[in-house]
Design a binder for this molecule. Structure first.
Ligand SMILES: Nc1nc2c(ncn2[C@@H]2O[C@H](COP(=O)(O)OP(=O)(O)OP(=O)(O)O)[C@@H](O)[C@H]2O)c(=O)[nH]1
Length: 208
């Protein structure tokens, strides 16, 4: 059940170049017989009021998923922060009912079912501007809950100040952190290299 109090737009970050994987779309690589993106959607769809795929290039390759695709709002493959800005601006324009966005990388097939709920809990409990996920004490800056209302400040930071690192920008705000256990598996495991896909298959097999 979705116990989130805010209205949340889920933003699937698929805008990177996937160099370590050899290029292409990591989220379209198969895992247990279906694209990684399907694993992510199963987990994130129930946690969000709407969804958008953030990806560059021809959006037709995502036609089968029936979701809107938004390309980066700033040029030059500026990293995950570009995806955060794209998500905020997309939500402001197309999903004005959503006051928060939930960004997740599109190469992490085991995302927690309680991701949005626990991030929101920490955000409210700490009166924070942003809530970020961590596991085993390691933070994952692209996995976070962000207010859409920060879009203008982020656009200014990216275009005028040319800030690219997520941490550098979020240092200006109060950031709450919600931590997940890595036992029996790290829910934020992500597949960067072909070997990681084989590892993910093993993790799935061990989990059933
Ligand atoms: N929108 C957007 N997302 C990005 C960009 N670069 C990385 N990301 C996303 O941020 C998340 C983490 O990215 P990385 O694994 O660091 O980068 P990557 O491009 O996917 O892979 P590498 O090229 O191997 O580093 C993934 O979901 C990427 O799709 C970008 O320029 N724009």
């Amino acid at each position: 059940m979705n116990r989130i109090r805010h209205k949340v737009c889920g933003v699937l970050l698929a805008g990177g170049l996937a160099r370590r994987m050899g290029g292409g779309d990591k989220c379209l690589r198969p895992l247990a017989g279906k694209p990684i993106l399907d694993h992510i959607l199963e987990r994130i769809r129930p946690q969000a009021n709407c969804l958008v795929i953030n990806a560059n290039g021809d959006p037709a390759r995502f036609d089968g998923f029936g979701l809107p695709v938004a390309s980066d709002a700033v040029e030059g493959y500026a990293g995950p922060l570009a995806g955060v800005l794209t998500g905020m601006e997309w939500a402001a324009r197309h999903a004005p009912v959503c006051d928060l966005i939930l960004t997740v990388p599109s190469d992490a097939p085991f995302l927690p079912h309680d991701l949005a709920e626990r991030l929101e809990d920490r955000m409210i409990a700490e009166g924070a501007d942003i809530a970020c996920a961590s596991s085993g004490g390691r933070t994952h800056p692209p996995i976070a809950l962000w207010p859409v209302s920060l879009a203008e400040e982020l656009r200014e930071a990216m275009t005028v100040e040319e800030i690219r690192k997520v941490d550098v920008w979020t240092a200006r705000y109060k950031v709450a952190v919600a931590d997940w256990s890595t036992d029996p598996l790290d829910p934020f495991f992500n597949a960067n290299r072909p070997d990681d896909l084989a590892e993910a298959e093993k993790m799935l097999a061990a989990a059933v």
